[in-house]
Design a protein around this ligand. Structure first.
Ligand code: CO
Length: 213
């Protein structure tokens, strides 16, 4: 499909959208008011809005390879900060997916280029959980368990940020969820680690924040 085809598809999409809801674009042009921030993988098979059935305007989205949240990544942190402090989203959803290429690559020793540096962080998760991962019989099981552990790690990374800790200290309603998507059947699974307060954070990462009112 050429770029021109995509432009044609865009016109068709905008027309169809206007037919369903004539005020749709006008309404969205006034403001966005999403309740959710989605942090997912860049993988083309995991389109954020579609898998949870949300329209434009309902989901604030950040995607990168292997849905990683790093405390040195200003891109991701800026998205989180804006979503929490300005848009006041009520939920942050970290969504991994089974069979993630980024996770597979991190478990391999092949070189892919710059992205290897990004995936180094996932190797660290493997090192910390080596016993459990190595005890699994099949490579696919090891990859998939690593995909789950990666989501858990990224949820924990979010709770360690000042952005999230400040929000909880000032009493803002904010919960963080870890979910994993199966490309094979289109279904999401919750990883039962909903976090809504600083209680679960390792004291090492808890900040004694003073809130200026
Ligand atoms: Co992926």
């Amino acid at each position: 499909m050429s770029m021109q085809d995509l432009m044609q598809r865009n016109i068709a999409w905008a027309d169809a959208q206007k037919k369903i809801d004539p005020e749709f674009f006008h309404r969205l042009s006034m403001q966005q008011n999403p309740d959710y921030l989605w942090i997912g993988c860049s993988d083309s098979r995991v389109p954020a809005n579609q898998v949870v059935g949300l329209d434009p305007g309902e989901l604030f989205v950040h995607r990168n390879i292997a849905n990683v949240v790093l405390h040195t990544d200003f891109n991701c942190l800026s998205v989180v900060q804006f979503a929490v402090d300005v848009l006041k989203v009520r939920h942050i959803i970290v969504c991994g997916h089974y069979g993630c290429g980024g996770i597979k690559a991190a478990l391999d020793d092949k070189e892919f280029g710059l992205v290897d540096n990004w995936l180094r962080h996932i190797k660290d998760i493997y090192v910390h959980n080596k016993k459990e991962i190595d005890s699994l019989r099949y490579h696919q099981q090891r990859v998939n368990r690593m995909c789950e552990l990666n989501v858990i790690e990224q949820v924990n990374n979010l709770t360690k940020t000042k952005i999230v800790q400040h929000a909880w200290k000032r009493g803002q309603e904010l919960s963080i969820h870890g979910v994993i998507y199966s490309i094979a059947d289109g279904l999401l699974k919750e990883l039962q680690l909903d976090t809504r307060s600083t209680k679960a954070i390792d004291p090492v990462f808890k900040m004694k924040v003073k809130i200026k009112v």
